[in-house]
Design a protein around this ligand. Structure first.
Ligand SMILES: C[S@@+](CC[C@H](N)C(=O)[O-])C[C@H]1O[C@@H](n2cnc3c(N)ncnc32)[C@H](O)[C@@H]1O
Length: 276
């Protein structure tokens, strides 16, 4: 017979920087309760089935698998999203992109495109905050398209359309007031790719050529043909890529170019406006 308190005490995740949180999330999921339940009812008995499930989760976490993949879900903005190993686990950093987009455009019907939508995180957050906006979300990876569509349906966000597309290829003739993207932007030989949780995420979501800028270049080059006059392009990028992205935006006739810092003080997003 095992109780919650002893499972919590015995569980060890020596290599996780968030060990206590991870253990609580995994145990709460194994017994089908919230984290606060663990602290409210530490003497409750856990079924042997749930204890076995918890042991399996701990084993996977010890091998480095991210908690979000083990549980198949991750919070982003105010949404609970299904996640899967075919695409990136949404990061809190990307919420800066959502906040900035909402401040750029009016609360009136506008068309927005999210390139490389993954779980649908950005598109669904914007659609939930701005029911007036029509959001198109695309990804090249078919499993990611299916995942974003499942998230869209579960959240009942009818103002989002999820499509399969290699960047703009399936969007010929379409124009938007805002194009937003968190594309792959890591250099192929970056050592972070083989460390920590990131090594479980697919290279299709992370790697963009020798300098990490291949996808940003492709998007910035093609975006003017898909923006309305005065439309905005808003991009997430690496902490050391802001100057290069601003330069690319200037080369493609964008104006009002600027970068913004994240909560850690790094320039992590850049934007520009197509001339009117
Ligand atoms: C860094 S992840 C971002 C996912 C999501 N937008 C987020 O912020 O959590 C980049 C996404 O771009 C997609 N992607 C990569 N190359 C692409 C391409 N050529 N066309 C469309 N999507 C692409 C990947 O499959 C992946 O889902």
């Amino acid at each position: 017979m095992t109780i919650i308190a002893s499972l919590l005490r015995a569980a060890e995740l020596p290599d996780s920087p968030t060990a206590r949180l991870d253990v609580e999330l995994l145990l709460a999921a194994a017994i089908g309760k919230s984290r606060s339940y663990l602290h409210t009812w530490p003497e409750r008995i856990v079924s042997s089935e749930a204890a076995l499930t918890f042991a399996g989760y701990l084993q996977r976490r010890r091998s480095g698998e991210p908690v979000a993949y083990i549980l198949g879900q991750q919070g982003f903005w105010n949404l609970d999203l299904e996640v899967a190993p075919h695409t990136l686990i949404p990061r809190p950093d990307t919420e800066l992109l959502v906040e900035t987009a909402m401040a750029l455009l009016p609360v009136t019907p506008v068309r927005v495109l999210d390139l490389g939508t993954g779980t649908g995180a950005i598109a669904l957050a914007l659609a939930s905050e701005r029911p007036q906006w029509q959001v198109t979300a695309v990804d090249r990876v078919l499993e990611a398209v299916a995942l974003a569509e499942r998230n869209r349906q579960r959240l009942q966000l009818d103002n989002v359309q999820v499509l399969s597309s290699h960047w703009f290829d399936s969007l010929q003739g379409e124009r938007y007031e805002l194009i937003i993207s968190n594309p792959p932007y890591i250099a192929a030989d970056d050592p972070h790719l083989v460390a920590g949780d990131v090594r479980f995420e697919p290279s299709s979501a992370l790697v963009a050529g020798a300098d990490g800028l291949d996808d940003l270049r492709a998007i910035i080059r093609q975006a003017p043909a898909h923006l309305q006059p005065g439309g905005w392009l808003l991009l997430e990028h690496g902490y050391d890529q802001a100057a290069a992205v601003r330069e690319l935006l200037a080369q493609h006739d964008f104006e009002q170019i600027e970068s913004r810092v994240d909560y850690g003080g790094h320039e992590r997003i850049s934007l520009g406006r197509l001339s009117c």
